[in-house]
Design a binder for this molecule. Structure first.
Ligand code: COA
Length: 379
């Protein structure tokens, strides 16, 4: 097989059909079941978007209530799972806790897994409801704070902020615009066609393994810095830059040393990530509303880094979604190492939709390789 036939990283390879989302790099657009993601972020709740991804249509009034109730009544995690979380080292990465929690829950699938769409949606509802409780429990135990039980009346975004920050003065759970900014990020992170973690989930599913295994593997794939882990590196880098005065030189140095600047570039979008304008606006609004957190500094650093990357790379590299979401999560008050778990809480919706789709028309995913080891030899 010649080198030309090998597509490293499967770049440019169309592996299958999907009806869940359409990424169009030519027009910088992203559609979930036909709807532009910007319109969904402006007009829908995150739960409505989850419903859309799993059912193909937005819910009517009755469907919305039923789905919302299903999510709210499933939020509690039991004492055994809390014990598992507390058993894990406090200095391991929070993505390891999340991956372990999903794996643990999978050992107790009370209905015994079947590849039936209804069953997979049930697992999806359980994970959509419980992953935020797992993440909030992990955040608070690391900070030496008591567990806050989930509410049965608040929406997804508000409930999560409440479990993490409580209702103390200044808590984002008490500030409507903070809740809205967070909810927008969840909608933008929900789905993105055959990205690495989704493709991982589909690959595992293609072997007819259960959805728990597929999600556990997808969490592993999302952890990597070239994928979901980038939002954490974005903020570590911004903290390293420190002040707007350093931002240009810092970025130029990275480019000079041929190092990656996290939060820039994309495998599919080469002229800009369709999700960035919505998230950038939400981040800048959030920063303007929090002068007490010196948040404007991050906006200045953001703008200078984006301009420097654009003007100093031959292919004019632009930010991806992780670049505005990183500092937005920081302003909301999340510890940086928890940024990727927030991404999981959103992307679980896309993963579940793809697991259902893969099962509906399955073919084992098993590419070929070109051997370049030693010629045949004998002992
Ligand atoms: N910083 C610096 N240089 C970058 C870059 C970045 N963030 N992204 C791409 N480039 C460079 C590449 O190194 C490559 O340089 P070369 O031609 O000298 O080898 C060139 O731009 C073209 O890269 P491209 O083919 O567009 O990238 P890709 O499709 O292989 O990789 C990513 C896409 C996302 C893996 C890559 O852009 C990246 O690593 N970005 C940083 C991590 C990140 O933010 N991930 C989240 C993605 S949503």
């Amino acid at each position: 097989m010649s080198d030309q036939e090998i597509r490293k990283g499967l770049a440019g390879v169309v592996a299958d059909y999907t009806a869940i989302s359409k990424v169009n790099p030519e027009t910088n657009s992203l559609l979930y079941q036909g709807y532009p993601v910007q319109e969904l972020a402006e007009n829908c709740t995150f739960e409505e978007v989850a419903y859309l991804l799993w059912h193909g249509e937005l819910p009517d009034e009755a469907g919305r209530e039923e789905f919302r109730n299903g999510c709210m009544t499933n939020r509690d995690i039991d004492e055994e799972l809390i014990q598992v979380i507390n058993f894990l080292p406090k200095d391991c990465h929070p993505m390891d806790v999340l991956r372990t929690a999903v794996s643990f829950l999978g050992t107790r699938d009370e209905y015994k897994f079947t590849p039936n769409s209804e069953h997979i949606r049930k697992i999806g509802t359980q994970l959509l409801a419980q992953l935020p409780t797992v993440v909030a429990t992990d955040i608070r135990r690391r900070q030496g704070k008591d567990y806050i039980a989930p509410t049965k009346d608040k929406g997804f975004a508000e409930n999560f902020l409440w479990m993490v920050f409580g209702d103390e003065e200044g808590s984002p759970a008490t500030i409507k615009s903070d809740i809205e900014a967070f909810e927008k990020s969840l909608i933008l992170y929900a789905e993105h066609s055959f990205n690495a973690s989704t493709f991982t989930a589909r690959t595992v599913t293609s072997t007819q393994a259960d959805a728990w295994s597929a999600i556990t593997a997808a969490i592993g794939a999302l952890k990597g810095p070239l994928h979901g882990g980038a939002n954490e590196f974005v903020m570590h880098n911004m903290v390293d830059v420190g002040s707007p005065e350093n931002a240009e030189e810092w970025t130029l140095n990275k480019l000079k040393n041929k190092e990656l600047v996290m939060g820039f570039g994309h495998r599919v979008y080469k002229k800009g990530d369709s999700r960035v304008p919505t998230m950038e606006a939400a981040f800048k609004k959030l920063a303007a509303e929090h002068p007490e957190k010196d948040a404007q500094k991050w906006v200045e650093i953001y703008d200078i880094m984006a301009k420097t990357m654009y003007e100093n790379t031959s292919i004019k590299i632009r930010p991806n979604l992780d670049f505005p979401s990183g500092p937005a999560y920081y302003i909301l008050g999340f510890d940086i190492e928890f940024f990727t778990p927030l991404f999981v809480m959103a992307r679980i919706t896309g993963w579940i939709a793809h697991i259902i789709e893969q099962y509906e028309n399955n073919s084992l995913i098993r590419p070929l390789s070109a051997y370049n080891g030693p010629e045949e030899r004998h002992l």
